[in-house]
Design a protein around this ligand. Structure first.
Ligand SMILES: Nc1ncnc2c1ncn2[C@@H]1O[C@H](COP(=O)(O)OP(=O)(O)O)[C@@H](O)[C@H]1O
Ligand SMILES: [Mg+2]
Length: 254
């Protein structure tokens, strides 16, 4: 497995936030992480890149327990786009994306053509190759989100963690970003709220509820009317899309 989470617990403020989670993602696959607000998605992603330390259990990248890895080794492997990533307003798009190269460069090593190539490829991936010189504070919310994703791609990770990456994006860019993530030869975990986009683009889904995985597997196996009611508190009809063959959730308000 590329990412393996085994019986992981994490608590904060006296509450068990991540409560015995098991997740496995094979190399190159995309896992959609679903669940209502407060179900523990962001906390789990932080544990996977060791921005937080597990209370118990093991997170492994490849065959290595991340508790035994240095911060630098983790940063060379895993890129994380946080839900509310912030950036200093005075920098340019290029400055932000270049930050993705930091783990790969020694303190004295000059900027290389490989660094340039990674930054340029990342900007092209998010559809912003001509925007390198633009100042951060002049970007729209969606453009900022795409630049953060470019920064993560410039890191040339083998594992990519994205926390609600489609927030602020119009539908065209939501489809583009998720299509890009699904096609990349990178192992990805993507926290999403849109169940239909998750079913369209993810190889498998894991649904969190109160810090536990309550369903995991192929989208068509786990997105059920019962799950919609029990976990998300809504009534829905699930059908298979004639267009892409994946399941499609139709919400009911009657
Ligand atoms: N550092 C913290 N201290 C106390 N409670 C926290 C902390 N981090 C997260 N929580 C709580 O954990 C729960 C899960 O949060 P989070 O992982 O952000 O959920 P999600 O991303 O699914 O919305 C929430 O109730 C949140 O308030
Ligand atoms: Mg969150």
């Amino acid at each position: 497995m590329s990412i393996s989470v085994r019986d992981v617990h994490w608590s904060a403020g006296g509450a068990m936030i991540v409560d015995g989670i098991n997740i496995e993602v094979a190399p190159g696959r995309t896992l959609g992480l679903l669940g209502p607000n407060g179900s523990g998605k962001s906390s789990l992603l932080r544990l996977i890149c060791r921005l937080r330390n597990v209370k118990s259990g093991v997170v492994s990248l490849g065959n290595t327990d991340i508790a035994a890895m240095s911060r630098l080794d983790i940063a060379r492997r895993v890129a994380f786009v946080e839900q509310q990533a912030t950036t200093d307003a005075q920098v340019t798009v290029l400055d932000v994306v270049r930050l993705g190269r930091t783990p790969h460069r020694g303190p004295l090593s000059p900027w290389s053509s490989a660094d340039d190539a990674a930054v340029h490829a990342a900007l092209c991936h998010v559809g912003m190759p001509g925007r390198a010189g633009q100042l951060w504070h002049t970007l729209s919310g969606g453009e900022r989100q795409r630049v953060h994703i470019a920064r993560a791609l410039a890191q040339t990770p083998s594992e990519l963690l994205l926390d609600e990456p489609t927030n602020h994006l119009d539908i065209q860019h939501q489809l583009e970003i998720l299509g890009l993530v699904a096609r990349l030869p990178v192992t990805s975990i993507v926290a999403l709220h849109d169940l239909n986009l998750a079913a369209m683009f993810c190889d498998s889904l894991a649904v969190l509820h109160r810090g536990k995985v309550v369903a995991a597997g192929a989208p068509e196996d786990i997105l059920t009317e019962r799950l919609m009611a029990d976990v998300f508190g809504v009534r829905a009809h699930i059908e298979r899309s004639a267009y892409h063959g994946r399941c499609h959730v139709q919400y009911r308000i009657d």
